[in-house]
Design a protein around this ligand. Structure first.
Ligand code: PMP
Length: 318
């Protein structure tokens, strides 16, 4: 078994050893263009001594939605994928650990033709591995507006979480790193801020939380939905969803990235302009990060509807 990876992969209804979940060389290449994926987290709750998948069903539904928009068909519904994931997570038998879940769907079989045709059956695989959450550890990042603009949502919808959308993100990542920043921020054709390569963005100005609208070319992020709701309902913040100009980031009181992997990631610099004191997260960002931490780790128990319990004694292959 490869270090750090789960001993099992779920593949179209079957739990199999990690090493055996292989594909033929002829099925990579053009078939990857239509493939869709998700990134999901399961967090350990010390309060409840239990692991929970976070908004698992919504992630699985977004995977199926991406496949549908990619003209592919899955034999599984969201509930079946949630059930398979819970069993996989339980198979880790790793109390105290947080787990990353990677479900993806790809054109089944061999595809020599350039265009995977409409109605192609999608095979679904689910992989899991341990990760270390950075919530509440004072982590920060620096941002640079990408010299590569965001792909036009009319050409490839940002709402589709397909691997092919990520080449633009990859170019932006390499560009940001070359310019000494950690992550890119993409502008759309109107010069509006969209998102980063694997996370959404928000800023705080005069106590208000501001984030670009989905229609500017932003993935309908589940973390963004979560934080907007927590900010409104639990912190009493006004939230504006509206087009954001590049210079608003330069004048913002606080800026942060948000996403399953990014969690809540405060930015301390944008294009060389310091954000806040240029070293640490602002007060509102810290409050949002703390609410998110308490929510995913079931400290408060205010949002049980977002948490899928995983009982470690009910594992696949146990
Ligand atoms: N935008 C992009 C391009 C992403 O890849 C991600 C990560 N899935 C996000 C935003 C954040 O989405 P979520 O909160 O659902 O993880």
């Amino acid at each position: 078994m490869s270090a750090g990876y789960g001993r099992l992969i779920w593949r179209d209804g079957v739990f199999m050893p990690w090493e055996e979940a292989t594909v033929h060389i002829s099925s990579v290449g053009h078939a990857s263009v239509s493939a869709a994926f998700e990134g999901v987290h399961a967090y350990w709750s010390s309060t409840r001594e239990m692991l929970h998948g976070f908004r698992l069903r919504e992630h699985m539904q977004r995977l199926l939605d991406s496949l549908r928009m990619s003209w592919m068909e899955s034999a599984f519904d969201a509930d079946a994928l949630v059930g398979a994931t819970v069993e996989l997570l339980a198979s880790w038998q790793a109390p105290g650990k947080d787990l990353h879940i990677r479900p993806w769907g790809f054109a089944a079989g061999t595809h020599r033709q350039q265009m995977v045709p409409r109605g192609t059956p999608a095979e679904i695989a689910i992989e899991t591995w341990e990760f270390e959450s950075k919530l509440g550890q004072g982590r920060t990042c620096t941002l640079a507006v990408s010299s590569w603009p965001r792909f036009h949502p009319g050409a490839s919808p940002a709402s589709m979480k397909v691997f092919s959308n990520y080449h633009n993100g990859r170019l932006g990542n390499i560009d940001a790193l070359a310019r000494g920043a950690d992550w890119p921020v993409f502008l759309n054709a109107s010069g509006h801020i969209t998102e980063s390569s694997g996370a959404c963005i928000a800023l705080v100005k005069r106590g208000r939380l501001i984030t670009p609208p989905l229609s500017d070319g932003v993935l309908d992020s589940i973390t963004r939905r979560t934080l907007v709701q927590l900010a409104r309902e639990e912190l009493g913040l006004d939230v504006e969803t509206r087009p954001v100009e590049r210079t608003e980031l330069y004048l913002a009181d606080e800026v942060f990235l948000m996403g399953t992997s990014a969690e809540v990631l405060p930015a301390v610099e944008v294009d060389g302009f310091p954000v806040g004191d240029g070293r640490t997260a602002g007060e509102i960002t810290r409050a949002i990060e703390s609410r998110y931490h308490d929510t995913v780790r079931a400290v408060t128990g205010d949002h049980d509807e977002w948490l899928t319990p995983v009982h470690l004694d009910r594992a696949a292959g146990a």
